[in-house]
Design a protein around this ligand. Structure first.
Ligand code: C2E
Ligand code: CA
Ligand code: CA
Length: 729
């Protein structure tokens, strides 16, 4: 199932770059067409349900079909009960399930951009009392479909006692239709429509909205690529207007207009016309407009029509041209200047959401207007609003590509400045993704897609400025590595190498770091840095770490007898993963032992507390901790204080050139002192020769690791080497 996510990326790329030359690898991948498997509740009309001929139909099916077409994928639908559906998602039997976005679920799954928001309310029989708030239920039972967002909310709000969770809605309907003491909690709009369509008339809504949630497509946590792909599809069907049509048809399906509705509109129209005619007759107000005589009502109508025309091309809030108009301008420019270069920038204001929350909507609109004025002062005519906080800027036409690049760099430099808003001066920072015609895009659609990609890369980069390049597209080799990963684990393509750590004072080997090696059946030897970051980004790293941990646990029994403490590298991502932490703890039940976990310092935000809690939990179960690559990254005193590591490993960059570097000497000495204060052992990494070993020993650093002592070796070589090696430093 997972494999498909990555194949789909390559298919999308191939589809979008069909004009480009393809490598053999890409062509091979091309032949495998992506299938997305969507699951859902068969009875959950009208999001996901079976139609009269037992075929999947309904809102989500239609939206996902439209998305699948855009991203060149097949859609397979497997409906069942809701509980089965969640189980299948967990077991990777299905890729996508549409569901409400609750706080709890966000730990388990990840969501694409939501397409709906709906609320839950209580339903009861005609004689059931109206319940104003869930606390007014007074012990009456509430029925709710198992494991739904509503079920989750009830458990949190009233506890388990009165909840009756069920799977089959028809069963429950039969049970409670005559009992005015019972209620069902259900999503209000669709459930009302479900009752109506199935002619189940005895239940009706009996409470105000109690809780509301966004609703959208969810995939299992870690499936980032699939979600990104779905999001690309959503933005494609949003831009093409398909989503709008599907949503409107769905609303109409929920609330079909009755015959009386049309009669009502007809009668209303006649009355309006009659009233208008009598006003005209009574006042006979005549105004000259463009040489014609019009009534006051006529003027209003013209104003309204003018506004509709205005809004087609202009943003209602900033008054700048909108996405639609930018696209028109771009295609006009492409048509009339096919031999020149045209640039298009997606530009965003960094921290726009914070600004919006702090200074309010109208001030952020003014901010955008002022920014647009500033942009226009840079000899630019077309600036518009793409979405709140995001603008589109057209550059050129110009004679060369360099003019466009230099122009946008100059613009970027000018914009990171203070903008004056009445009493307030606001410092803004911008982020830009640039794409250039004809090199990067030859039509408006690709202009937008590629500038979107460049903008996302810019956001993630330090410079906040990025020019589109093919290399920004997901790399087919990387896709292969990710898709092959699990099979490679089974096929034993991974092996553990050991690199010793030397106690410089006792001249004795006291530890070894386990480093992973992957010999891929097609690409051959792969250095860890080519696949570790990839596995981290896709959430697969956990499986590799657990594989290494399980092996290391077995081996450490032998090495402990030799006085060697084994350490493994663990990604910080693993340490915020409860499955990883629990599995690691379980392993300690079988192998009572000590293993050291080397963690690289990384920036933490929301999950910092969970990370530290897990470190302490693992410590309680016998694990030691080491801070890897100390001195690089985001080291902070708080981090050291919170972890209280067993070991601090000074990064190689401070050790390799220490001979003759006064600064490195000072840094190493001060780290050694700090280590003493914290009661942590300090190990120098990257000790490439004996001269360095002697030097760091002089600086009172007691432990060393590096090629000068030994390179990483296979287990058999390491055992052999341990017997033979001796040191005198
Ligand atoms: P690291 O944890 O800092 O590991 C030390 C790296 O430096 C290893 O490279 C090692 O071979 C290399 N090295 C050791 N002594 C010397 C020396 O004297 N001179 C030089 N130039 N290099 C030396 P390797 O094995 O290529 O690993 C690179 C990185 O990949 C590791 O850096 C670690 O961050 C990551 N890595 C390796 N194995 C694993 C693993 O099992 N799990 C995770 N999460 N990451 C791993
Ligand atoms: Ca390490
Ligand atoms: Ca290191």
């Amino acid at each position: 199932m997972f494999k498909l996510n990555y194949i789909c990326f390559s298919l999308l790329i191939c589809a979008l770059l069909s004009s480009c030359q393809k490598t053999t690898e890409e062509t091979e991948l091309d032949q495998e067409r992506l299938t997305i498997v969507m699951g859902g509740d068969a009875d959950y009309y009208p999001y996901t349900y079976l139609d009269d001929s037992n075929k999947p139909a309904g809102l989500d099916v239609r939206i996902l079909q439209a998305i699948a077409e855009k991203i060149n994928a097949d859609l397979k639908i497997e409906l069942g009960s809701w509980s089965e559906t969640l189980e299948k998602l967990e077991n990777d039997e299905i890729d996508i399930v549409p569901m409400f976005k609750t706080a709890y679920r966000q730990h388990e799954v990840m969501y694409a951009v939501p397409h709906k928001n709906r609320y839950y309310a209580l339903f009861g029989t005609a004689s059931s009392s109206y319940i104003k708030s869930i606390s007014n239920l007074n012990g009456k039972p509430v029925y709710v479909q198992k494991n739904t967002a509503g079920h989750e909310w009830l458990r949190k709000t009233i506890g388990h006692s009165n909840i009756v969770a069920f799977d089959d809605i028809y069963d429950v309907y039969n049970k409670i239709q005559n009992n005015n003491e019972n209620y069902i909690l259900n999503e209000a709009v669709q459930f009302r429509s479900f009752l109506k369509k199935n002619d189940l008339k005895l239940l009706s809504i009996k409470s105000p909205p109690l809780v509301s949630y966004d609703y959208g497509f969810a995939a299992k946590s870690g499936n980032n690529e699939l979600i990104q792909l779905i999001n690309l599809g959503i933005s494609a069907i949003t831009e093409s207007g398909e989503l709008d049509i599907i949503m409107k048809e769905y609303e109409l399906d929920l609330n079909p207009r009755s015959f009386f509705y049309y009669i009502f509109i007809y009668v209303l129209l006649i009355i309006v016309l009659f009233v208008l005619a009598s006003i005209v007759y009574k006042y006979r107000i005549k105004i000259k407009v463009v040489g014609k005589t019009l009534t006051e009502e006529g003027i209003k109508r013209i104003e309204a029509e003018k506004r509709v025309i205005y809004l087609k091309d202009y943003d209602e809030f900033t008054g700048l041209i909108n996405r639609n108009k930018i696209k028109k301008e771009l295609s006009k420019l492409i048509e009339s200047n096919s031999d020149q270069f045209i640039g298009f920038i997606q530009l965003s204001i960094i921290d726009y959401t914070d600004l919006f929350l702090n200074i309010g909507e109208s001030a952020t609109n003014d901010l955008e207007k002022n920014l647009a004025i500033k942009i226009k002062q840079n000899n630019i005519n077309n600036v518009g609003t793409i979405s709140p906080g995001k603008m589109g800027v057209i550059l050129g036409p110009h004679e060369t590509k360099d003019i466009i690049i230099n122009h946008s760099k100059a613009l970027f430099g000018n914009l990171n400045d203070t903008i004056n808003l009445g009493k307030n001066n606001i410092d803004i920072r911008c982020c830009m993704g640039l794409v250039i015609y004809p090199d990067h895009a030859d039509n408006v659609e690709t202009f937008f897609r590629h500038s979107y990609l460049a903008h996302s890369h810019a956001l993630a980069s330090n410079s906040k400025f990025c020019v589109y390049d093919k290399s920004l597209e997901p790399d087919p080799k990387k896709i292969r590595l990710v898709t092959d990963f699990r099979q490679s684990l089974v096929d034993d393509e991974f092996s553990l190498y050991y690199q010793p750590k030397l106690d410089l004072k006792k001249n004795k080997i006291i530890g070894a770091e386990i480093l992973i090696r992957w010999v891929h059946h097609q690409f051959g030897f792969l250095p860890p840095m080519t696949f570790i970051p990839l596995l981290e980004n896709t959430g697969l790293i956990k499986e590799l770490t657990l594989y290494i941990l399980a092996k290391a646990m077995e081996k450490q029994v032998y090495f402990k007898e030799q006085g060697v403490l084994l350490s493994i590298n663990v990604s910080t991502r693993d340490l915020t993963d409860q499955v990883f932490v629990q599995t690691a703890i379980k392993l300690t039940e079988h192998f009572k032992s000590i293993i050291m976990i080397e963690i690289t310092e990384t920036a933490f935000s929301n999950d910092y507390k969970m990370f530290i809690d897990n470190v302490h939990l693992l410590k309680e179960h016998g694990f030691h901790f080491s801070i890897d690559d100390y001195g690089t990254g985001y080291s902070s005193m708080q981090y050291l204080r919170d972890i209280k590591p067993y070991e601090i490993k000074i990064d190689q960059s401070f050790i390799k050139n220490i001979i003759g570097s006064n600064e490195d000497e000072i840094l190493v000495s001060s780290t050694v002192n700090m280590g003493k204060g914290l009661k942590a052992r300090v190990t120098a990494e990257g000790v490439e020769d004996m001269e360095i070993a002697k030097k760091i020993k002089k600086l009172d650093c007691a432990y060393a690791q590096g090629y000068g002592i030994a390179k990483p070796m296979t287990e058999a070589d390491f055992i052999d080497w341990l017997k033979k090696s001796s040191f005198d430093i």
